[in-house]
Design a protein around this ligand. Structure first.
Ligand code: FMN
Length: 326
């Protein structure tokens, strides 16, 4: 379990316990003390296992668009269990959600110390790319390797997208951002290029209120804008209709564009297409013609709260190479 720690004393206590156990990596007492002191004021993530904290990671801002993994450590007995990767994922989500475009990390370059070679491999496995080696950054015995990662790459945006169901900030979303999101939806593939998906972008307060009044129990009630997804159920060829696949591809594209632009959303389909057919009532408010169906709404806005990251099954439970059984 990864926790976001806010109490400065707790941050110091956790970083002290862990760094004291990692003297091979953090051997200079003065710099260890420095990491511990500074960790008190920085975004701080801790990994809890067996009823105690076994790892931590702390971030620092190094520029308007860049956050750095200032320090991370995992107790020796807990290496190789995916704890570092989970700490990293939580920090990457946090940095992305807080509008940073890049994540950087510094370590001693490969080929100098075996322990640091492992650290280099770890960062590369996470997706960091070598930016530069600065020989004198620390001192000549410890050449500094700087790694960087774009938080705006497609793969990262996919990794940091999560369904957001919290409150939104009361800030309008600029029209050009809504257009970019809608364009991403329209750029999606569709079966036989039938382009069965259409959209209504809603950003007028009056229309938004009318839609929100129909959604019971309420969801997205604070969203400053919304994209209503429409689907035309026509066949692509013979009796094959791909309208569901078409709008699913469009929705996923839009969710990714929403996150890239710094907003949050959730795919609300089940909620509005149930027996009470909220979707049909929304269609009526928006004057949607009979040959199109409202299938989903996507709120768009800046998150006002933290979001819940759902647990997913283990990768190996769902992905295999070459055969289902070995
Ligand atoms: C077809 C479909 C319908 C969905 N309908 C709803 C919905 O009505 N309400 C809701 O809160 N989430 C809805 N979701 C979001 C899922 O609950 C969510 O994607 C899932 O729990 C995984 O979480 P994640 O999106 O954070 O990875 C829907 C997702 C899909 C793909």
């Amino acid at each position: 379990m990864i926790r976001f720690i806010t109490d400065p004393d707790k941050r110091r206590e956790i970083s002290c316990t862990i760094l004291e156990s990692l003297k091979d990596w953090f051997e200079v007492e003065e710099s260890r003390e420095d990491y511990i002191t500074r960790s008190a004021d920085r975004p701080f993530f801790a990994a809890e296992e067996d009823g105690r904290y076994v790892g931590f990671l702390c971030l620092k801002e190094t520029g308007r668009h860049t956050s750095e993994i200032a320090v991370m450590g995992v107790l020796p007995g807990y290496h190789g269990k995916g704890i570092g990767r989970r700490l990293f994922a939580a920090a990457r989500d946090y940095a992305s959600m807080n509008g940073y475009s890049f994540l950087q990390v510094k370590t001693v370059k490969s080929g100098v110390y075996p322990d640091y070679d492992k650290t280099n491999e770890f960062y590369k496995r996470l997706g960091f790319k070598e930016l530069e080696v600065v020989e004198e950054y620390w001192d000549k015995d410890n050449p500094c390797q700087i790694y960087v990662m774009s938080l705006k790459s497609a793969v990262n945006i996919i990794a940091v997208r999560h369904s957001y169901r919290g409150k939104f900030l009361p800030e309008p979303v600029p029209k050009e951002d809504l257009m970019t999101i809608a364009r991403a939806g329209m750029d999606a593939p569709s079966g036989c290029n039938k382009q069965t998906t259409e959209l209504i972008v809603v950003d007028e307060a009056d229309t938004l209120s009318k839609i929100k009044a129909l959604i019971d129990p309420p969801v997205a009630s604070t969203a400053p804008s919304m994209i209503v997804v429409l689907s035309r159920k026509i066949n692509a060829y013979r009796d094959r209709c791909f309208a569901v696949q078409d709008y699913s591809a469009a929705i996923e594209n839009m969710l990714l564009a929403i996150v890239e632009l710094g907003y949050q959303s959730c795919w609300y389909e089940g909620h509005i297409t149930d027996d009470d057919r909220i979707c049909d009532k929304i269609a009526s408010v928006l004057g949607v013609p009979d040959d199109l169906e409202v299938v989903c709404i996507l709120p768009v806005g800046k998150a006002a709260e933290d979001f819940h990251v759902p647990s997913k099954k283990q990768f190996a439970e769902r992905v295999r190479f070459n055969r289902y059984t070995s």
